[in-house]
Design a protein around this ligand. Structure first.
Ligand code: TXE
Length: 478
């Protein structure tokens, strides 16, 4: 199957005719081809978006924009099975998870669709002779660089919010997982979005992605991906003096105190790193466990890890393959480094016997005990690799939890209500979960990080505000 860009409401091949092979991580085989976007393609998409922003798209009322998004939500929901099958093949995630992503996308579109006409401005008391109105206005044309781990969800939270706020958009999906975004963009056409409001240019990060980040016609950027690429995107945005939201992953800790309800905690401690094969920005990749229960928790987590299996997405395994060979090698290299540091592997999972030989499968690994300074405690692996570190008291727990360059999410497990609030509020993280851990949180909750995890917030109403700026009207009347 061959897929082209969607620019100005039309399916358009790359300006130089080049295509990229799309490999399924399930078996490593080519199953589709996508257009390899060029600088010219990005330029055409930005021009199409500008045309919509200055034309049909901006003539719609906020309510009409919202209705279109809600119609798109319904179309996505009706198409959820097909979207899930496509995502599983493209990205390798278990079918059940891919379907959950499609349902979440529909919910983002519904949330932002119904919020579109509730984005009010302000009236500011000023001189008695003047009336001051502060209007929330869209940035203009927004660029969205989306990674491969949750294409549908990240599209929903960023493009959904940008469209609801009235921006016209250009999306560059990840070269490894573009297909569901293309399909959703074509659904958007079917439900009546004006041409040019939503454009998708596929292709490589270093060409299409870099061209989008640097394009002078872009008024605001949203990027989710690695810190290194985030730096490049922000540097490019700075040349054009435009803002950028960066979500750059994490090294999130779950802090388990000795009074925690372990029966409740255990499945979540494991799932938070296994979901999507650990390729989740908000994965709970570190366990901090109070000394008195350290061995007990490590034993219970180990038992669960031994039962984990990576396998084919259709079989709904615990985890699918890694997205590509580079990611598989990256994870394997971290495992080597961990062993090289002399760390103990407390338990390993396996790879299902029927997993196709050419796929990028990695067996989950649990290391314990792991010193806080270890590379596995400090760097984002982005794979099914969990580490456990003991702590003595609350102060040490907070120090360790906050002791990496990242600050995206944290979890706190304790039955002590005062302590849960105290420790929760001491976390340098954009989201803190107490006695639960919803990797990434719900659609309604602001999400984003501190430090190396990036800046700006997406999701929730805050995410909608992010895609606007203000215009203050000062009216003299006396
Ligand atoms: O990321 P990149 P990669 C982390 C995770 C992973 C590592 C590498 O640790 O192991 O990053 O993954 C586009 N200008 N995360 O290499 O390069 C690219 O096409 C503009 C965390 O895939 O950041 C894709 O669309 N764009 C993360 C997107 O950037 C460029 C999710 C992400 O790719 C570009 C993914 C450039 N120069 C990886 N180069 C999270 N926060 O959830 C690439 N891109």
């Amino acid at each position: 199957m061959v897929h082209h860009h969607l620019i100005g409401g039309r399916s358009v091949p790359a300006s130089n005719g080049e295509m990229l092979d799309v490999l399924s991580p399930v078996d490593g085989k080519v199953f589709a081809r996508i257009a390899s976007g060029t600088k010219q393609d990005i330029d055409a998409a930005v021009r199409a978006a500008r045309g919509a922003f200055e034309g049909a798209w901006s003539r719609l009322t906020a309510t009409e924009r919202g209705r279109l998004l809600i119609r798109l939500a319904a179309a996505v929901e009706a198409d959820a099975d097909a979207l899930a099958a496509l995502e599983s093949c493209d990205n390798g995630k278990p079918l059940r998870q891919a379907r959950a992503d499609a349902v979440a996308l529909a919910r983002y579109l519904e949330f932002y669709g119904s919020a579109a006409d509730k984005l009010h401005g302000d009236v500011i008391p000023y001189l008695t002779t003047h009336f001051i109105g502060v209007e929330r206005v869209p940035h203009g044309v927004t660029g969205h660089i989306v990674p491969w781990n949750y294409p549908m969800q990240i599209f929903g939270r960023s493009v959904g919010a940008a469209l609801a706020a009235g921006n016209a958009t250009v999306v560059k999906p990840a070269e490894d997982a573009s297909l569901t975004i293309l399909r959703v963009a074509s659904l958007a056409r079917e439900v009546g979005f004006p041409d040019g409001a939503l454009n998708v240019v596929t292709g490589l990060g270093r060409t299409a992605g870099a061209a989008l980040a640097a394009h002078p016609g872009i008024d605001f950027l949203s990027f989710t991906g690695s810190p290194e690429t985030g730096t490049a995107v922000q540097t490019a945005a700075a040349q054009n003096h435009v803002g950028v939201t960066l979500e750059l992953g994490g090294k999130s800790a779950q802090v388990v105190f000795d009074d925690a309800d372990l029966e409740r905690a255990l499945p979540t401690l494991v799932n938070a790193i296994i979901q999507n094969g650990g390729q989740t920005c908000s994965a709970g990749s570190r366990l901090l466990i109070q000394r008195g229960i350290f061995d007990k928790v490590v034993d219970s987590v180990s038992e669960r890890f031994r039962a984990l299996k990576a396998g084919r997405p259709e079989a709904n395994p615990d985890l699918g393959p890694m997205i590509n060979q580079a990611q598989q090698r990256r994870v394997q290299a971290y495992l080597e480094r961990g062993r090289g540091e002399g760390l103990t592997v407390a338990a390993s999972g396996g790879v299902a016997e029927d997993a196709p030989a050419g796929g990028y499968y990695v067996a989950p690994a649990f290391f314990a005990p792991v010193p806080h300074e270890s590379v596995l405690s400090q760097e984002e692996v982005f794979g099914p690799v969990l580490v456990a570190t003991p702590f003595e008291d609350e102060a040490e727990a907070v120090r360790l939890a906050n002791g990496t360059a990242y600050g995206l999410v944290a979890g706190v497990w304790t039955r002590d209500a005062m302590r849960s609030t105290r420790v929760g509020r001491a976390m340098r993280a954009g989201q803190v979960f107490v006695n639960c851990y919803g990797a990434g949180g719900g659609i309604e909750l602001p999400f984003g990080g501190f430090g190396r995890s990036g800046h700006g917030r997406e999701k929730g109403f805050e995410g909608l505000v992010e895609f606007t700026t203000t215009r203050t009207l000062v009216i003299a009347h006396g």
